[in-house]
Design a protein around this ligand. Sequence first.
Ligand code: UFG
Length: 346
Amino acid sequence: MTLPQDRSILSGAGGSGKRIFVTGGAGYIGSHVVRQLGEQGYQVLTYDNLSTGNDWAVLHGELVVGDLADSEKLWRTMARFRPDAVIHFAAFIEVAESVRNPLKYFRNNTANALNLLEVCRKCAVGALIFSSTAAVYGIPERNPVQEDAPLSPINPYGAAKAMTERFLADLAFVEPDFRYVSLRYFNVASADPQGRIGQAYRNPTHLITRALKTALGQFPRLEIFGTDYDTPDGTCIRDYIHVEDLASAHLAALEHLFHGRSSGIFNCGYGKGYSVKEVVETVAEVTGVDFPVATSPRREGDPPMLIAGNEKILRELSWRPRYDELRSIIEGAWNWEKIYLEKMKS
Ligand code: UFG
């Protein structure tokens, strides 16, 4: 497998020692951002309750094990660290689970975000980056969807994130010294090219990981949820983005805020989509395993198509993706799944 060289490791200390407080930095996306922040010379404190994250995934800075619901601990930790900016990842991430258990999502993804914002205000934090999601759009009228499309989430996961975006907009409106960037992630996949970190879920629900674990024999079959959508092959279409490119969008957003630029909302995706069937075929090619696939009814809460309009992030954050290719995304994820399997055995 050939992957582009990791420029962030080579280019050194763009962070100039600035202090970044990262909630959920032990999780999948958070740990990649923490690693890139370290490589760029930022000082990092990760605040994570380790409910789905892992201490071994925090490759840089300090880890404090704490919950966002514990406002007192959160405040003490943040007041001690005195961050220049906060990046907020800590959240639950499964659309289907949010449909089954909405209050769990509103509690953790909305109420805890409110706690965090209150503590940020007490600590005079003036810059925040928020992990939002394409799920805020619901079923967009047009694809690629642009950031100014109406927000109309069709599941509690998207609704909880949309509410937090509203908190941020309202707060920034009344507090001139508070600015934020909200990054709306499309479908994040793959892993650190050096194989140090990646998704660490034993029972993943996301398509690429689920398919790879099926190829490894950890599940009896992969189910394709819905083959009767109004798409060319009848299965849902998504915009899959490499976690390294998503991580670099956070560093670009930080620079944007540190240069005094205004708050903004940006889609994070490549602007092209692949169907579930195309992903499953590519997983079979990459792994060389002809794993069993079954068709199942539609999954509740799934929009048929989500493709990012990404002109705004390319233009305003000067974001330059480097891993924009489905096959290499899946190759990186496959490499990591084998490493993770060995890690779990030892
Ligand atoms: N799918 C299957 N079988 C599986 C798993 C998924 O057919 O075993 C299908 C889903 O039905 C969907 C597609 O694959 O059509 C992608 O599903 P994922 O679970 O991988 O991802 P989602 O699109 O549901 O959600 C993800 C993120 C959200 C984000 C959304 C935006 O979890 O944060 O992408 O595109 F909002």
